[in-house]
Design a protein around this ligand. Sequence first.
Ligand code: RTP
Ligand code: MG
Length: 140
Amino acid sequence: MAIERTFSMIKPDATKRNLTGAITKILEDAGLRVVASKRVWMSKREAEGFYAVHKDRPFFGELVETMTSGPTIVQVLEGENAILKNREVMGATNPANADEGTIRKTHALSIGENSVHGSDGPETAAQEIKYWFSDTEIVG
Ligand code: RTP
Ligand code: MG
């Protein structure tokens, strides 16, 4: 299996509860390496652009509001099968359905405040990494 990169965010509900280190440790323990990381308080415009794929969904307004309610940690993770591995470690979107030991089962508050984001495929990973990082900010 080739080494892949994926995009990850530690969402405002988690940074507000000082869980940046705890969540990063779960990712690292799963074999993922943080090759880029920064803390951003995203603007409404940045959140709307990032989540444009969801713009017609009923939860879009709530999603943008939640994502602009505090700081987010944006990260690039690298490792074998990183995209799928990150999705497994995150757990289901709704923490009520997430498996034991996943980030969302352990830390998420609700479907809206679900602590993390992770790219869902190779194309979105490339797109999302590019949305937040320039090439020189990623150090493998
Ligand atoms: P993510 O994109 O954040 O990694 O999460 P995901 O793939 O598991 O979920 P997705 O369907 O892409 O939805 C993006 C985010 O929108 C919020 N959401 N709220 N209130 C609702 O019914 C609802 N549905 C989705 C969640 O915070 C989800 O992570
Ligand atoms: Mg998604």
